[in-house]
Design a binder for this molecule. Structure first.
Ligand code: 5RP
Length: 223
């Protein structure tokens, strides 16, 4: 089995009938949503879900998973989401799929965030993957320059000939910092730039990691 699917399906074993679930975004979270759909359709699970992207919401609706309005939910029980990189402290880089802002809002309003990933995402230190930063259009070139002053090579994400737009209508600037020594302080520095909405560093948010391996094994690391 695909290690992404393996990790995602293992993570679903931590869910229960009756829960309010946060649905992540990306090719790994996809498999978790499929499995939750199976629980709803074959085992009669009654769950409520909040999705982190339009794409995941459409997938969930297609499977008959009830999507509820965020305003009606005080606290999500468990969110399952992927990551672009994860280290031993369960610090993450997210946003490769462009959904980092909604992903962070959903994860920080959840009792638990389970990260699902194949072994390639497990890294000794974060930073090989460029850090996605969501910025507003107005004055984005100035925001871009300020990000580069923090020591990265920045690039505005494109979608064909035009700029990539997030579900919130913002731009993404991908910032290649190289090895990140102090993720909490970089998170702070990036987010204090006016024009930045949020960045893809998730610090002290993930509570569990399920890694899937090519040999069919899974490994679980909890914080
Ligand atoms: C989307 C994300 C994804 O979780 C991340 O990009 C991992 O994606 P995949 O599971 O497809 O490798 O952060 O914004």
């Amino acid at each position: 089995m695909d290690p992404k699917q393996l990790a995602a399906e293992k993570a679903v074993t931590f869910l229960d009938n009756g829960m309010t679930i946060g649905l992540g975004t990306g090719s790994t979270a996809y498999w978790a949503i499929e499995k939750i759909g199976e629980k709803v359709n074959k085992e009669g699970w009654k769950v409520k879900a909040i999705a982190t992207s339009i794409r995941s919401e459409e997938q969930a609706r297609g499977l008959g998973i009830p999507i509820v309005d965020f305003s009606s939910v005080q606290l999500i029980d468990v969110t399952i989401d992927g990551a672009d990189e994860v280290d031993a402290q369960l610090q993450l880089i997210k946003g490769g799929g462009g959904a980092l802002l909604r992903e962070k809002i959903v994860a920080t309003n959840s009792k638990q965030m389970i990260v699902v990933a194949d072994e390639s995402k497990w890294v000794p230190s974060l930073g090989s993957y460029p850090l996605p930063v969501e910025v507003i259009h107005f004055g984005w070139q100035r925001t871009f320059e300020k990000l580069e002053l923090l020591g990265c090579k920045a690039e505005r994400r494109m979608n064909g000939a035009g700029p990539y737009l997030t579900d919130n209508g913002n731009y993404i600037i991908d910032c290649a910092f190289g090895e990140i020594q102090d993720a909490p302080s970089l998170h702070e520095s990036v987010n204090t730039i006016t024009g930045v909405v949020d960045n893809g560093l998730f610090i002290r948010i993930a509570t569990k990691l399920v890694l899937g391996f090519k040999n069919g094994e899974t490994r679980i690391i909890s914080r």
